[in-house]
Design a protein around this ligand. Structure first.
Ligand code: HEM
Length: 405
């Protein structure tokens, strides 16, 4: 037996932005598949329903009609289904593999972490973890991985934010489109220059590697779209994972003490942080044929919002799902998605946040604490992360010089 989709006309976008979790709790309790008029999509909120969509690309296509992401960034692998999607994914893989992350990128992350921590300590004893550390650190890491030797990390931060804003420009604000278009053109110009440079000066970066894939030449439009998508997807997410994990530890001193006493727990901190608050909160899919999901009828052409923030809090999978708890049993969360689009940057993200960024932050800033007067602020539902994370530390004992590595 199937039923028409229940209508959740009580859901508003400002409420989702402020705190989506009570809304998602109710949507899951009511079955996990709803038509939500304010969003103009069916929202898929239960773990099981999300999981089903991720493993059936024939019914739940990533290649959405009228996609804002395609308008903002071009048509990347993220908006394609197989078989078209696969060769592009394969071309991106070599630079992001676990072995390459270990051999090549981890030492880059160490250098960058120390650089931005040095600058933060020099500025302190008070600063904002997101804007003084996590953002420039993630941006500089991505700049080096991509091989943009002709721009600064600030350029990547601006590109990432304006391209993401354009991707979420459901209000069709012309100013948002204009800023997105400016970044679109800037990325293309910088990329053209770097493709010529890397042709003569090969290195470990993604742009360099793309020029050397045997038997495959990626058309320039595809390179451009995928580079923009990687800028949009590879910067704000590790920044937000780092910010949320740091906030969670500062709010839970017992768990902070546990990981400071046993550094092998850092990967658990990372995974629990992105389970608890998934940096990519929602992504889109489109139904290709009339179907039924979790007992609810979905017509061909229906646009879906796959709500990872919600699925990762499903009580059927995680008891006390709203609690941050690094000691919970390991169950694979959905923050990196599953299926054919599972995140290609997961190993990069883990290394930059769990292996390097968080341990160094807590090791070097002794007495790190939330600012007594300026509260931490969190927001977002399509993407969610710390908007502000003001902290203080003990200036007398902060390690002013980076440890030898
Ligand atoms: C904690 C950090 C990160 C999170 C939570 C995250 C999350 C995700 C998610 C949910 C998807 C699938 C989206 C969809 O199916 O529509 C995805 C795809 C992707 N991510 Fe990440 N990501 C992170 C970091 C990174 C980094 C650092 C990079 C690159 C350096 C990256 C590169 C990619 C790429 C290229 C894809 C597309 C894969 C495909 O379509 O086959 N991500 N990511």
């Amino acid at each position: 037996m199937s039923r028409p989709a229940p209508i959740a006309d009580w859901v508003t976008i400002p409420d989702l932005y402020r705190d989506p979790f009570p809304i998602y709790d109710r949507l899951r309790a009511e079955g996990g598949v709803h038509w939500v008029p304010s969003v103009g999509r069916y929202l898929i909120t239960s773990y099981d329903a999300v999981h089903t969509t991720e493993f059936d690309q024939e019914t739940f296509s990533a290649n959405e009609e009228g996609s804002l992401q395609i308008r903002a960034m071009g048509h990347s692998m993220l908006r394609r289904d197989d078989p078209e999607h696969y060769p592009e994914r394969k071309a991106w893989q070599p630079v992001l593999r676990p072995g390459v992350v270990k051999r090549t990128w981890t030492s880059v992350f160490e250098r960058n972490a120390d650089r931005y921590l040095d600058e933060m300590i020099a500025k302190g004893p008070g600063a904002d973890i997101v804007w003084d550390f996590a953002a420039p650190y993630a941006a500089e890491n991505l700049r080096e991985i991509l091989g943009f030797h002709n721009v600064h990390q600030e350029d990547l931060q601006r590109w990432s934010q304006t391209l993401i804003d354009a991707t979420g420009n459901y209000a069709d604000d012309p100013e948002v489109w204009a800023k997105g278009k400016r970044s679109f053109d800037e990325v293309d110009a910088a990329l053209d220059e770097m493709l010529a440079w890397h042709a003569k000066n090969p290195d470990h970066s993604l742009i360099s590697t793309l020029l050397r894939i045997p038997d495959y030449e990626m058309p320039i439009e595809k390179i451009r779209a995928n580079v923009k998508m990687t800028i949009g997807g590879g910067l704000n997410e590790p920044r937000d994972a780092l910010g949320v994990a740091a906030w969670a530890l500062l709010e839970h001193p017992d768990q902070r003490r546990a990981v400071e006493a046993d550094p092998s727990l850092w990967p658990a901190v990372f995974d629990e942080a992105i389970r608890w608050i998934a940096p990519i909160g929602l992504y889109s899919r489109q139904v290709t044929t009339d179907t039924v999901l979790a007992g609810v009828q979905l017509p061909a052409g229906a646009k879906l919002g796959i709500c990872i923030l919600s699925a990762n809090r499903d009580e059927n999978i995680w008891p006390d799902a709203a609690k941050f708890d690094i000691r919970r049993e390991v169950t694979p969360h959905l923050a990196f998605s599953k299926g054919v689009h599972v995140c290609l940057g997961a190993w990069v993200a883990k290394a930059e946040v769990a292996t390097v960024g968080l341990p160094r932050l807590f090791e070097r800033l002794r007495g790190l604490d939330l600012h007594p007067e300026r509260p931490a602020v969190i927001g977002g539902w399509v993407f969610r992360g710390m908007l502000e994370l003001p902290v203080t530390w003990d200036a007398a004992t902060a390690a002013v010089h980076a440890p030898e590595t």
